[in-house]
Design a binder for this molecule. Structure first.
Ligand code: GLC
Length: 746
């Protein structure tokens, strides 16, 4: 009987053209199509339906039988389910479905999984692109070991408004820096190839312009010219695609009156049209259903129609697709081709991840354990944290800079964050059972540094944000016993982040009052400002001799802060956002337009574009950060001052370390287009180099400027450059630069 069957098969196979007879689905696309052909409509819609596990990161919608939906093939993805054991368990249920299509597990691994790294805004302050990529790489290794296939990161939203709590999640205000970092994070998460056991799918979010919410109020409207959208907010998303981002997430905001989730201009015309994005788009949490609140959809059914037709593929948590797509298809309002396209895009990623070959390959408890407390990961988290720290002020006292400290000093650590551990993790971080031993507080970090013979005093002084000053007396008495006081103040763990917009971003009054109380003792004070966003702390900045911006630095925070305090790491961070003097200055950013009446300086107010009660300049400018070393720049040398067409300009500048301390400097190159068919910013970051300089060392840095650096979106949305005069500027921040003018002709 067997022989006959075999003979029959051979006869059949020979009769087919060779290309078909031996054809095996080879590409993920072919494999996806082979599955698509077998799927029922319910199973197709199931692939577009994503629910959260019981650990919610958005408004809760009670749902019945999630496991039943998985078992019937009615759910294709789940978010917020972590751990090799738990993901394996649910995957086993998915394998009971008719077609055994594996589940995709997504998670907000924004700045580390088990090894919590500095928040993304802090990492952006490092301007160290390889380090930022490595941070994402380690996050992917640990997340993939915990059964996670897909991270909802990098968040690449440009923002010029620190009232918006989610600035902590991005790379700050600059499009060029944000684009370079977006690419690095995508590469870090996805590694050399999707499908590697150490890689996860990246997800560029939130598409688009979510960081421009009016008033810095989360989820608020966004209204801007399409030119501004292309010029400032879209480039980091394009950089993410060019780096291979597998998925996109759209955003809660409406953009020029059309919610992003249902916005065909964004998702169909730009993303999948002009940019030819082949991955898939997931909505944000419930954002399809929220189009009803927006007043764009009359009901969930219309929201489902608008969203799928606009190019959104997967529905996170709104149940719009599950409840209404079938009817919309039957009514002919949504073509099956669009549903097939969405399903195909998702299946392709599941094939690329190898989940059809082995649905459990990421759910390996032994491998998960092997990544727990990986010493190399922790060591790098400490290095990344130190690189992220920005030295804002370091006055000289008795002939020498107050920082770095030395171990013979008696040090008083004072402040509401000194002993805190979890406040150093910041928003979008995970809790683990052993956090109390894993997370290094400032107190623990300094204790580690000083060892048993250190003279270390401590007082809390005050709470984060109440009116209780009863701790001041003990704090003052403690300060009086010390040679120097180090205060760690700022924000609690979730004061910045999603749904954490604030109209007042001042350092809380009680904390400033505690600083003033210690200041009255006359003891030298170092203030470490830990926060998820730029804060306003003018009195402290003006009166305290040393101020260090320490963001939220992750599990190695205390060790990193101690490394900087005692000079074992020379701070090299530069601000990725402008720091306002008051909320009244917001939005504030360095690459502003000159206006017809520019203020020439901070005092100039007479009939110019300025406030009568405040300078225009920020408290601390974009790109600003000091070092324990002293860097000086030589005169910038230009290869030419008259250029033509596609020539390139070589800009060379020497940087010298005039100190006896090795240190890193971020040399920044800005360009100004003096006259354009649309007005151009007074300066734009176009290149930077972070270099290490030994004491006394001089390095010549060369930057290559091309016409691409001169290009912008004109009124016709063409990305082009225009002949004319340009200023080339170089310096260690966006304010203190040297300038030379060139002429570039077509
Ligand atoms: C949240 C966030 C988004 C996140 C998602 C899943 O509302 O806006 O960034 O990835 O829901 O947690």
């Amino acid at each position: 009987m067997k022989t006959l069957a075999l003979f029959t098969w051979i006869t059949f196979a020979i009769s087919l053209p060779a290309s078909v007879a031996l054809a095996q689905p080879k590409t993920a696309l072919q494999k996806a199509d082979s599955v698509l052909r077998l799927m029922t409509l319910d199973e197709k819609i199931g692939q577009l339906h994503q629910l959260s596990s019981d650990f919610a990161t958005g408004p809760i919608t009670p749902d019945g039988d999630k496991q039943g939906q998985v078992r019937r093939g009615e759910m294709g993805s789940m978010l917020n389910l972590m751990g090799a054991a738990r993901t394996r368990q649910l995957q086993e249920i998915a394998m009971q479905s008719r077609l055994k299509i594996p589940l995709l597990f997504g998670q907000d691994v924004i700045h580390g999984y088990r090894t919590t790294f500095p928040i993304p805004l802090a990492e952006a302050a490092s301007w160290d692109i390889p380090a930022i990529e490595q941070s994402a790489r380690i996050a992917a290794i640990e997340a993939s070991a915990a059964g996670i296939h897909w991270t909802f990161a990098p968040m690449v939203d440009i923002s010029r408004d620190p009232r918006w709590g989610r600035v902590m999640e991005g790379a700050g205000e600059d499009t060029y820096l944000g684009s370079v970092i977006a690419a690095a994070r995508v590469k870090g998460f996805q590694g050399n190839a999707i499908g590697s056991i150490n890689s996860v799918l990246a997800c560029a979010k939130h598409f688009a312009a979510y960081g421009a919410a009016v008033g810095g109020r989360d989820y608020n409207s966004v209204d801007m010219s399409e030119r501004m959208l292309w010029e400032t907010y879209l480039p980091p998303f394009k950089a993410a695609i060019d780096a291979g981002a597998a998925t996109f997430m759209n955003s809660f905001n409406d953009l020029n009156g059309v919610p992003a989730t249902g916005n065909p201009l964004l998702q169909k015309d730009i993303l999948k049209g002009k940019w030819q994005f082949k991955g898939f788009v997931v909505s944000d949490w419930g954002s399809i259903g929220e189009m009803i609140n927006h007043g764009y959809s009359k009901d969930l059914k219309q929201a489902a129609e608008q969203s799928i037709l606009a190019g959104n593929d997967m529905d996170m948590e709104s149940r719009a697709y599950k409840n209404h797509l079938k009817q919309l298809l039957q009514e002919g309002k949504v073509p099956i081709a669009r549903v097939n396209d969405a399903v195909r895009r998702i299946l392709i990623k599941k094939f690329e991840l190898g989940l059809f070959d082995d649905p459990f390959r990421f759910s390996d408890e032994a491998r998960e354990k092997s990544q727990y407390d990986n010493p190399a990961h922790k060591a790098f988290a400490r290095t990344m944290a130190a690189k992220s720290i920005v030295l804002l002020k370091n006055d000289t006292i008795a002939g020498k800079p107050l920082l770095p400290l030395h171990k013979q000093q008696t040090i008083a650590l004072i402040g509401p964050l000194v002993q805190s551990q979890k406040d150093n993790l910041g928003f979008w971080s995970f809790d683990f059972e052993d956090d109390s031993v894993r997370i290094v507080s400032l107190y623990k970090g300094v204790q580690n540094k000083l060892g048993s013979n250190g003279k270390l005093l401590y007082a809390k002084g005050c709470n984060l944000n109440d009116t209780d000053t009863s701790g001041f007396a003990v704090a003052v008495a403690t300060a009086m016993q010390a040679d120097v006081v180090v205060m760690q103040v700022g924000e609690g763990r979730d004061w910045s982040g999603e749904a954490k917009s604030k109209s007042n971003i001042q350092l809380p009054a009680v904390q400033e009052a505690s600083i003033k109380a210690i200041h009255r003792t006359g003891k030298p004070i170092v203030v470490l400002m830990s926060a998820g966003r730029p804060l306003i702390f003018n009195w402290t900045a003006d009166n305290v001799p040393a101020v260090v911006y320490t963001w939220w630095l992750g599990i190695e925070a205390g060790n990193a802060m101690a490394d900087v305090l005692f000079g074992d790491y020379n701070p090299s961070g530069k601000l990725p956002m402008s720091f306002p003097r008051t909320e009244g200055q917001i939005p504030i950013y360095y690459n502003y337009y000159n206006t017809g009446r520019p203020a020439q300086n901070d005092e100039h107010r007479f009939y110019v574009s300025a406030y009568t009660d405040l300078p225009n300049s920020p408290k601390f400018p974009f790109g600003y950060g000091l070092s324990y070393a002293r860097f000086t720049y030589g005169d910038m040398q230009l290869s030419k001052t008259n250029l033509k067409g596609n020539e390139v300009l070589q800009v060379t500048v020497t940087v010298t370390n005039n100190s006896n301390t090795a240190g890193e400097e971020v040399a920044q190159l800005y360009i100004r287009d003096l006259v354009g068919s649309v007005v151009r910013p007074v300066k734009e970051l176009k290149h930077f180099q972070k270099v290490m300089l030994q004491p006394g060392e001089t390095k010549a840095l060369t930057f290559v400027v091309s016409t691409n650096d001169l290009s912008f979106y004109n009124s016709q949305l063409q990305h082009t450059w225009e002949a004319g005069e340009f200023d080339i500027m170089i310096g260690g921040n966006s304010r203190d630069v040297q300038t030379k003018r060139i002429y570039w002709n077509k």
